[in-house]
Design a protein around this ligand. Structure first.
Ligand code: PMP
Length: 431
Protein backbone atom coordinates (compact mmCIF):
# COMPACT_ATOMS: atom_id res chain seq x y z
CA UNK A 1 0.00 0.00 0.00
CA UNK A 2 1.55 3.20 -1.04
CA UNK A 3 0.70 6.59 -2.29
CA UNK A 4 2.72 8.88 -4.43
CA UNK A 5 3.29 11.57 -1.89
CA UNK A 6 3.68 9.89 1.47
CA UNK A 7 6.79 11.94 2.08
CA UNK A 8 6.79 14.84 -0.34
CA UNK A 9 3.51 16.70 -0.11
CA UNK A 10 3.14 19.05 2.88
CA UNK A 11 -0.43 17.86 3.59
CA UNK A 12 0.82 14.49 4.84
CA UNK A 13 3.11 16.23 7.35
CA UNK A 14 0.28 18.58 8.27
CA UNK A 15 -2.03 15.64 9.04
CA UNK A 16 0.58 13.89 11.19
CA UNK A 17 1.23 17.05 13.20
CA UNK A 18 -2.50 17.82 13.57
CA UNK A 19 -3.17 14.28 14.78
CA UNK A 20 -0.33 14.46 17.30
CA UNK A 21 -1.74 17.76 18.62
CA UNK A 22 -5.24 16.31 18.91
CA UNK A 23 -3.83 13.37 20.89
CA UNK A 24 -1.81 15.66 23.16
CA UNK A 25 -4.94 17.65 23.91
CA UNK A 26 -6.80 14.44 24.77
CA UNK A 27 -9.29 15.02 21.94
CA UNK A 28 -8.46 11.92 19.89
CA UNK A 29 -11.68 10.03 19.23
CA UNK A 30 -11.82 6.28 19.24
CA UNK A 31 -14.83 4.59 17.72
CA UNK A 32 -16.64 2.43 20.21
CA UNK A 33 -18.59 0.00 18.04
CA UNK A 34 -21.86 -0.90 19.65
CA UNK A 35 -22.71 -4.35 18.48
CA UNK A 36 -21.34 -7.64 17.32
CA UNK A 37 -19.77 -9.23 14.28
CA UNK A 38 -19.94 -8.10 10.68
CA UNK A 39 -19.05 -11.44 9.14
CA UNK A 40 -22.53 -12.88 9.21
CA UNK A 41 -23.35 -11.10 5.95
CA UNK A 42 -22.04 -13.66 3.52
CA UNK A 43 -21.32 -13.51 -0.15
CA UNK A 44 -22.87 -16.29 -2.16
CA UNK A 45 -21.25 -18.60 -4.61
CA UNK A 46 -23.23 -17.88 -7.74
CA UNK A 47 -20.86 -17.50 -10.69
CA UNK A 48 -23.47 -17.05 -13.42
CA UNK A 49 -26.16 -14.56 -14.19
CA UNK A 50 -29.51 -15.67 -12.73
CA UNK A 51 -31.81 -17.36 -15.27
CA UNK A 52 -34.42 -14.66 -14.72
CA UNK A 53 -32.45 -11.52 -14.11
CA UNK A 54 -33.86 -9.11 -11.60
CA UNK A 55 -34.67 -5.79 -13.22
CA UNK A 56 -34.48 -2.62 -11.19
CA UNK A 57 -37.92 -1.63 -12.44
CA UNK A 58 -39.80 1.33 -11.18
CA UNK A 59 -43.49 0.77 -10.79
CA UNK A 60 -45.72 3.61 -11.83
CA UNK A 61 -49.15 2.16 -12.56
CA UNK A 62 -47.59 -0.71 -14.40
CA UNK A 63 -44.27 -2.42 -14.82
CA UNK A 64 -41.72 -0.28 -16.66
CA UNK A 65 -38.22 -1.16 -17.78
CA UNK A 66 -35.72 1.33 -16.43
CA UNK A 67 -32.98 2.45 -18.83
CA UNK A 68 -31.62 5.37 -16.84
CA UNK A 69 -30.70 3.82 -13.51
CA UNK A 70 -27.34 4.37 -11.86
CA UNK A 71 -27.78 1.04 -10.05
CA UNK A 72 -25.67 -0.16 -12.95
CA UNK A 73 -25.38 -3.81 -11.94
CA UNK A 74 -28.81 -4.22 -10.37
CA UNK A 75 -27.26 -4.85 -6.95
CA UNK A 76 -30.06 -2.91 -5.26
CA UNK A 77 -32.47 -5.73 -6.09
CA UNK A 78 -30.12 -8.65 -5.44
CA UNK A 79 -31.76 -10.89 -2.85
CA UNK A 80 -28.49 -11.36 -0.96
CA UNK A 81 -28.15 -7.58 -0.61
CA UNK A 82 -31.78 -7.01 0.35
CA UNK A 83 -31.65 -9.86 2.86
CA UNK A 84 -28.56 -8.37 4.49
CA UNK A 85 -30.50 -5.14 5.05
CA UNK A 86 -33.49 -7.00 6.49
CA UNK A 87 -31.28 -9.05 8.83
CA UNK A 88 -29.50 -5.91 10.00
CA UNK A 89 -32.77 -4.12 10.73
CA UNK A 90 -33.90 -7.05 12.85
CA UNK A 91 -30.60 -7.10 14.66
CA UNK A 92 -29.70 -3.43 15.01
CA UNK A 93 -32.99 -1.57 14.43
CA UNK A 94 -33.89 0.92 11.75
CA UNK A 95 -31.55 3.77 12.63
CA UNK A 96 -27.92 4.24 13.61
CA UNK A 97 -28.77 5.96 16.88
CA UNK A 98 -26.16 8.67 16.70
CA UNK A 99 -23.26 10.23 14.89
CA UNK A 100 -20.28 8.02 14.15
CA UNK A 101 -18.43 9.25 17.20
CA UNK A 102 -21.42 9.19 19.53
CA UNK A 103 -23.18 5.82 19.57
CA UNK A 104 -23.58 5.57 15.75
CA UNK A 105 -20.71 3.22 14.87
CA UNK A 106 -21.45 -0.48 14.53
CA UNK A 107 -18.90 -3.15 13.54
CA UNK A 108 -20.62 -3.04 10.15
CA UNK A 109 -19.43 0.53 9.60
CA UNK A 110 -15.83 -0.25 10.40
CA UNK A 111 -15.92 -3.50 8.41
CA UNK A 112 -17.20 -1.62 5.37
CA UNK A 113 -14.47 1.00 5.76
CA UNK A 114 -11.83 -1.74 5.86
CA UNK A 115 -13.39 -3.45 2.84
CA UNK A 116 -13.34 -0.24 0.79
CA UNK A 117 -9.76 0.60 1.79
CA UNK A 118 -8.78 -2.90 0.70
CA UNK A 119 -10.68 -2.57 -2.58
CA UNK A 120 -8.61 0.49 -3.51
CA UNK A 121 -5.34 -0.72 -1.96
CA UNK A 122 -5.29 2.13 0.57
CA UNK A 123 -4.52 2.17 4.27
CA UNK A 124 -7.86 3.59 5.34
CA UNK A 125 -11.43 4.34 4.34
CA UNK A 126 -14.07 6.67 5.73
CA UNK A 127 -17.82 6.45 5.16
CA UNK A 128 -20.02 9.48 4.59
CA UNK A 129 -23.79 9.66 4.36
CA UNK A 130 -23.61 10.07 0.58
CA UNK A 131 -21.15 10.45 -2.26
CA UNK A 132 -22.13 14.10 -2.44
CA UNK A 133 -21.17 14.66 1.19
CA UNK A 134 -17.93 12.69 0.85
CA UNK A 135 -16.76 15.04 -1.92
CA UNK A 136 -18.07 18.23 -0.37
CA UNK A 137 -16.80 17.52 3.14
CA UNK A 138 -13.42 16.04 2.19
CA UNK A 139 -12.46 18.69 -0.33
CA UNK A 140 -13.58 21.55 1.89
CA UNK A 141 -11.71 20.12 4.88
CA UNK A 142 -8.49 19.46 2.97
CA UNK A 143 -8.49 22.82 1.23
CA UNK A 144 -9.00 24.76 4.45
CA UNK A 145 -6.40 22.79 6.44
CA UNK A 146 -3.33 24.82 5.52
CA UNK A 147 -2.98 28.33 4.13
CA UNK A 148 -2.34 28.82 0.44
CA UNK A 149 -3.92 25.71 -1.10
CA UNK A 150 -4.47 25.83 -4.86
CA UNK A 151 -7.05 23.40 -6.21
CA UNK A 152 -6.84 22.49 -9.91
CA UNK A 153 -10.33 21.39 -10.79
CA UNK A 154 -11.53 19.81 -14.05
CA UNK A 155 -14.13 22.05 -15.70
CA UNK A 156 -16.71 19.24 -15.72
CA UNK A 157 -16.29 18.13 -12.12
CA UNK A 158 -19.47 17.14 -10.31
CA UNK A 159 -21.47 19.70 -8.30
CA UNK A 160 -20.45 18.02 -5.02
CA UNK A 161 -16.75 18.56 -5.73
CA UNK A 162 -17.42 22.14 -6.75
CA UNK A 163 -19.37 22.68 -3.51
CA UNK A 164 -16.39 21.48 -1.44
CA UNK A 165 -13.87 23.48 -3.44
CA UNK A 166 -15.94 26.67 -3.40
CA UNK A 167 -16.67 26.24 0.30
CA UNK A 168 -12.96 26.21 1.14
CA UNK A 169 -12.48 29.86 1.92
CA UNK A 170 -8.91 31.06 1.68
CA UNK A 171 -7.94 28.55 -1.00
CA UNK A 172 -7.56 29.38 -4.67
CA UNK A 173 -9.32 27.50 -7.46
CA UNK A 174 -7.86 27.07 -10.92
CA UNK A 175 -10.19 25.43 -13.41
CA UNK A 176 -8.53 23.45 -16.19
CA UNK A 177 -10.26 22.48 -19.42
CA UNK A 178 -11.98 19.13 -19.32
CA UNK A 179 -9.51 16.22 -19.59
CA UNK A 180 -6.97 18.63 -21.11
CA UNK A 181 -3.57 17.67 -19.72
CA UNK A 182 -1.73 20.38 -21.65
CA UNK A 183 -3.95 23.02 -20.07
CA UNK A 184 -3.51 21.41 -16.63
CA UNK A 185 0.25 21.38 -17.01
CA UNK A 186 0.38 25.00 -18.15
CA UNK A 187 -1.67 26.00 -15.10
CA UNK A 188 0.42 23.89 -12.70
CA UNK A 189 3.61 25.38 -14.12
CA UNK A 190 2.28 28.91 -13.69
CA UNK A 191 1.43 28.40 -10.00
CA UNK A 192 3.88 29.23 -7.18
CA UNK A 193 6.14 26.21 -6.69
CA UNK A 194 5.80 26.13 -2.90
CA UNK A 195 1.98 26.41 -2.66
CA UNK A 196 0.20 23.19 -1.58
CA UNK A 197 -1.60 21.89 -4.66
CA UNK A 198 -4.43 19.46 -5.25
CA UNK A 199 -5.72 18.14 -8.59
CA UNK A 200 -9.42 17.19 -8.36
CA UNK A 201 -10.87 15.13 -11.20
CA UNK A 202 -13.14 12.19 -12.06
CA UNK A 203 -12.49 8.91 -13.84
CA UNK A 204 -15.74 8.29 -15.77
CA UNK A 205 -17.63 11.51 -16.50
CA UNK A 206 -21.22 10.45 -16.29
CA UNK A 207 -22.97 12.61 -18.85
CA UNK A 208 -20.56 12.23 -21.78
CA UNK A 209 -19.23 8.83 -20.68
CA UNK A 210 -15.61 9.82 -21.34
CA UNK A 211 -12.72 8.67 -19.15
CA UNK A 212 -9.74 10.63 -17.81
CA UNK A 213 -6.10 9.60 -18.14
CA UNK A 214 -5.30 8.92 -14.49
CA UNK A 215 -1.69 7.82 -15.06
CA UNK A 216 -0.84 10.99 -16.99
CA UNK A 217 -2.60 13.20 -14.43
CA UNK A 218 -0.65 11.54 -11.62
CA UNK A 219 2.60 12.00 -13.55
CA UNK A 220 1.88 15.73 -13.71
CA UNK A 221 1.01 15.69 -10.03
CA UNK A 222 4.42 14.18 -9.26
CA UNK A 223 6.22 16.66 -11.49
CA UNK A 224 4.59 19.67 -9.78
CA UNK A 225 4.29 18.15 -6.29
CA UNK A 226 0.49 18.19 -6.30
CA UNK A 227 -1.82 15.73 -4.55
CA UNK A 228 -4.53 13.95 -6.51
CA UNK A 229 -8.22 13.56 -5.56
CA UNK A 230 -10.15 11.21 -7.85
CA UNK A 231 -13.94 10.76 -7.97
CA UNK A 232 -14.61 7.17 -9.13
CA UNK A 233 -18.34 7.37 -8.47
CA UNK A 234 -19.37 6.14 -11.93
CA UNK A 235 -16.64 3.50 -12.08
CA UNK A 236 -16.57 1.64 -8.76
CA UNK A 237 -18.02 -1.83 -9.04
CA UNK A 238 -17.80 -1.68 -12.84
CA UNK A 239 -14.14 -1.45 -13.87
CA UNK A 240 -11.04 -3.30 -12.71
CA UNK A 241 -10.66 -6.98 -11.82
CA UNK A 242 -12.49 -6.44 -8.51
CA UNK A 243 -14.53 -3.37 -9.34
CA UNK A 244 -11.98 -0.92 -7.90
CA UNK A 245 -12.70 1.49 -10.76
CA UNK A 246 -10.60 2.90 -13.59
CA UNK A 247 -7.64 3.35 -11.22
CA UNK A 248 -7.67 -0.42 -10.64
CA UNK A 249 -8.23 -1.21 -14.32
CA UNK A 250 -5.26 0.99 -15.27
CA UNK A 251 -3.08 -0.30 -12.41
CA UNK A 252 -2.57 3.18 -10.97
CA UNK A 253 -4.60 3.20 -7.75
CA UNK A 254 -1.37 3.49 -5.75
CA UNK A 255 -0.51 6.72 -7.56
CA UNK A 256 -3.72 8.50 -6.55
CA UNK A 257 -3.68 10.09 -3.10
CA UNK A 258 -7.41 10.08 -2.40
CA UNK A 259 -9.98 7.88 -4.16
CA UNK A 260 -13.62 8.76 -3.57
CA UNK A 261 -16.61 6.61 -4.44
CA UNK A 262 -20.28 5.95 -3.83
CA UNK A 263 -22.16 2.90 -2.61
CA UNK A 264 -25.26 4.08 -4.48
CA UNK A 265 -24.43 3.32 -8.10
CA UNK A 266 -22.41 0.22 -9.05
CA UNK A 267 -23.01 -1.15 -5.54
CA UNK A 268 -26.73 -0.34 -5.67
CA UNK A 269 -27.23 0.79 -2.08
CA UNK A 270 -26.44 4.17 -0.48
CA UNK A 271 -23.57 6.14 1.04
CA UNK A 272 -20.24 7.62 0.02
CA UNK A 273 -16.62 7.17 1.02
CA UNK A 274 -13.03 8.22 0.61
CA UNK A 275 -9.97 6.00 0.83
CA UNK A 276 -6.41 7.24 1.35
CA UNK A 277 -3.34 6.91 3.58
CA UNK A 278 -4.04 6.42 7.27
CA UNK A 279 -3.04 9.96 8.28
CA UNK A 280 -5.35 11.56 5.71
CA UNK A 281 -8.27 9.34 6.69
CA UNK A 282 -7.65 9.98 10.38
CA UNK A 283 -7.46 13.71 9.78
CA UNK A 284 -10.74 13.74 7.84
CA UNK A 285 -12.36 11.58 10.50
CA UNK A 286 -11.39 14.09 13.18
CA UNK A 287 -11.81 17.32 11.23
CA UNK A 288 -14.47 16.97 8.50
CA UNK A 289 -17.66 18.62 9.66
CA UNK A 290 -19.76 16.61 7.18
CA UNK A 291 -18.46 13.43 8.80
CA UNK A 292 -18.60 14.44 12.46
CA UNK A 293 -21.88 16.29 12.82
CA UNK A 294 -24.39 14.02 11.13
CA UNK A 295 -26.09 10.77 12.08
CA UNK A 296 -24.28 7.69 10.80
CA UNK A 297 -25.64 5.63 7.92
CA UNK A 298 -28.24 3.16 9.23
CA UNK A 299 -26.81 -0.31 9.93
CA UNK A 300 -29.19 -1.85 7.39
CA UNK A 301 -27.76 0.33 4.65
CA UNK A 302 -24.23 -0.48 5.73
CA UNK A 303 -24.94 -4.23 5.90
CA UNK A 304 -26.44 -4.14 2.41
CA UNK A 305 -23.52 -2.12 1.08
CA UNK A 306 -20.95 -4.39 2.72
CA UNK A 307 -22.61 -7.44 1.22
CA UNK A 308 -22.84 -5.78 -2.17
CA UNK A 309 -19.19 -4.68 -2.21
CA UNK A 310 -18.01 -8.17 -1.21
CA UNK A 311 -20.26 -9.76 -3.82
CA UNK A 312 -19.33 -7.36 -6.61
CA UNK A 313 -15.60 -7.74 -5.95
CA UNK A 314 -15.93 -11.47 -6.39
CA UNK A 315 -18.41 -11.54 -9.29
CA UNK A 316 -16.41 -10.60 -12.37
CA UNK A 317 -19.27 -12.01 -14.46
CA UNK A 318 -21.44 -9.04 -13.53
CA UNK A 319 -18.94 -6.63 -15.07
CA UNK A 320 -18.42 -8.89 -18.09
CA UNK A 321 -22.14 -9.19 -18.63
CA UNK A 322 -22.72 -5.47 -18.32
CA UNK A 323 -20.14 -4.73 -21.03
CA UNK A 324 -21.49 -7.54 -23.20
CA UNK A 325 -24.96 -5.98 -22.84
CA UNK A 326 -23.65 -2.48 -23.59
CA UNK A 327 -21.99 -3.74 -26.77
CA UNK A 328 -25.03 -5.76 -27.79
CA UNK A 329 -27.20 -2.68 -27.33
CA UNK A 330 -24.86 -0.48 -29.36
CA UNK A 331 -24.82 -3.07 -32.14
CA UNK A 332 -28.63 -2.99 -32.25
CA UNK A 333 -28.72 0.81 -32.31
CA UNK A 334 -26.16 0.88 -35.09
CA UNK A 335 -28.06 -1.69 -37.14
CA UNK A 336 -31.31 0.24 -36.76
CA UNK A 337 -29.66 3.55 -37.62
CA UNK A 338 -30.52 5.11 -34.26
CA UNK A 339 -27.94 7.82 -33.45
CA UNK A 340 -25.85 7.36 -30.32
CA UNK A 341 -22.56 8.71 -29.05
CA UNK A 342 -19.78 6.14 -28.94
CA UNK A 343 -18.07 6.35 -25.54
CA UNK A 344 -15.21 4.39 -23.95
CA UNK A 345 -17.47 3.60 -20.98
CA UNK A 346 -20.75 1.84 -20.21
CA UNK A 347 -22.79 4.98 -20.83
CA UNK A 348 -24.81 5.26 -24.04
CA UNK A 349 -25.92 8.83 -24.79
CA UNK A 350 -28.63 9.28 -27.44
CA UNK A 351 -28.18 12.84 -28.73
CA UNK A 352 -31.40 14.81 -29.20
CA UNK A 353 -30.16 18.40 -29.08
CA UNK A 354 -33.34 20.13 -27.99
CA UNK A 355 -34.95 20.26 -24.54
CA UNK A 356 -38.53 20.09 -25.76
CA UNK A 357 -37.93 17.15 -28.11
CA UNK A 358 -35.92 15.38 -25.44
CA UNK A 359 -38.76 15.70 -22.92
CA UNK A 360 -41.32 14.55 -25.53
CA UNK A 361 -39.22 11.56 -26.53
CA UNK A 362 -38.82 10.54 -22.90
CA UNK A 363 -42.57 10.98 -22.20
CA UNK A 364 -43.59 8.94 -25.22
CA UNK A 365 -41.13 6.15 -24.38
CA UNK A 366 -42.74 5.90 -20.96
CA UNK A 367 -46.37 6.39 -21.90
CA UNK A 368 -46.47 4.38 -25.11
CA UNK A 369 -43.87 1.69 -24.44
CA UNK A 370 -43.32 1.50 -20.68
CA UNK A 371 -39.66 2.46 -21.12
CA UNK A 372 -38.14 4.79 -18.55
CA UNK A 373 -35.38 7.01 -19.97
CA UNK A 374 -35.04 10.40 -18.31
CA UNK A 375 -34.34 13.46 -20.46
CA UNK A 376 -31.01 15.11 -19.66
CA UNK A 377 -31.44 18.81 -20.27
CA UNK A 378 -29.72 22.10 -19.37
CA UNK A 379 -28.18 22.83 -16.83
CA UNK A 380 -27.04 19.20 -16.39
CA UNK A 381 -25.62 19.39 -19.93
CA UNK A 382 -25.01 22.47 -22.14
CA UNK A 383 -27.93 23.76 -24.24
CA UNK A 384 -28.01 22.12 -27.65
CA UNK A 385 -26.57 18.85 -26.30
CA UNK A 386 -29.77 17.56 -24.68
CA UNK A 387 -29.89 13.79 -24.70
CA UNK A 388 -31.22 10.58 -23.30
CA UNK A 389 -28.59 8.84 -21.22
CA UNK A 390 -29.04 5.09 -21.35
CA UNK A 391 -27.27 2.65 -19.06
CA UNK A 392 -27.66 -0.96 -20.20
CA UNK A 393 -27.02 -3.42 -17.36
CA UNK A 394 -26.62 -7.16 -16.87
CA UNK A 395 -30.37 -7.40 -16.30
CA UNK A 396 -31.42 -6.03 -19.72
CA UNK A 397 -32.50 -8.95 -21.88
CA UNK A 398 -32.31 -9.17 -25.68
CA UNK A 399 -36.06 -8.65 -25.83
CA UNK A 400 -35.84 -5.49 -23.70
CA UNK A 401 -33.10 -4.13 -25.96
CA UNK A 402 -35.07 -4.94 -29.11
CA UNK A 403 -38.05 -3.14 -27.68
CA UNK A 404 -36.03 -0.03 -26.78
CA UNK A 405 -34.35 0.13 -30.18
CA UNK A 406 -37.66 -0.35 -32.02
CA UNK A 407 -39.32 2.35 -29.90
CA UNK A 408 -36.47 4.83 -30.45
CA UNK A 409 -36.48 4.04 -34.14
CA UNK A 410 -40.19 4.74 -34.45
CA UNK A 411 -40.29 7.81 -32.21
CA UNK A 412 -37.21 9.39 -33.80
CA UNK A 413 -38.56 8.61 -37.28
CA UNK A 414 -35.47 6.68 -38.34
CA UNK A 415 -35.91 5.57 -41.93
CA UNK A 416 -32.55 4.16 -42.90
CA UNK A 417 -30.32 1.51 -41.43
CA UNK A 418 -27.08 3.47 -41.77
CA UNK A 419 -24.27 3.13 -39.21
CA UNK A 420 -25.11 5.57 -36.48
CA UNK A 421 -22.36 6.14 -33.94
CA UNK A 422 -21.33 9.78 -33.78
CA UNK A 423 -18.40 10.26 -36.09
CA UNK A 424 -19.97 7.79 -38.50
CA UNK A 425 -22.76 8.61 -40.94
CA UNK A 426 -25.85 9.30 -38.86
CA UNK A 427 -29.40 8.75 -40.06
CA UNK A 428 -31.42 11.97 -39.95
CA UNK A 429 -34.20 11.83 -37.40
CA UNK A 430 -37.54 13.11 -38.75
CA UNK A 431 -38.59 16.48 -37.34
N1 PMP B 1 -19.85 12.37 -7.90
C1 PMP B 1 -20.42 12.22 -9.12
C2 PMP B 1 -19.54 12.31 -10.31
C3 PMP B 1 -21.79 11.98 -9.24
O1 PMP B 1 -22.35 11.84 -10.45
C4 PMP B 1 -22.58 11.88 -8.07
C5 PMP B 1 -24.07 11.57 -8.10
N2 PMP B 1 -24.74 11.68 -9.24
C6 PMP B 1 -21.95 12.05 -6.85
C7 PMP B 1 -20.60 12.28 -6.78
C8 PMP B 1 -22.74 11.96 -5.57
O2 PMP B 1 -22.94 10.63 -5.23
P1 PMP B 1 -24.19 10.19 -4.33
O3 PMP B 1 -25.34 10.01 -5.27
O4 PMP B 1 -23.76 8.95 -3.63
O5 PMP B 1 -24.46 11.33 -3.38
Amino acid sequence: MSSNHSDGHPFYRFCRTALADIRTQGRYRQFTPLAREADRYPVYEQEEAPATPATPACDHDREVVVWSANDYLGMGVEPVVMNAAIAAIREHGAGAGGTRNIAGTSPLHTALERELADLHGKEGGLLFVSGYVSNQASLQTILTSMPGWICFSDRLNHASMIAGIKGARGSTTVIFEHNDLADLEAKLAAAPADAPKLIAFESVYSMDGDISDIAATCALARKYNAMTYLDEVHAVGLYGAQGGGISERDGVADQVDIIEGTLAKGFGVHGGYVTASSEIIEYLRLAASGFIFTTALPPAVVAAALTSVRQVRKDGWRRDRMFERVNAFRARLRKAGVPFTMTPSHIVPIPVGDAQRCRELSDRLLNEYGLYATPINYPTVPRGTERLRLTPGPFHTDAMMDQMVAALSTLMGIRTTAPAAVGEKVAEPAR
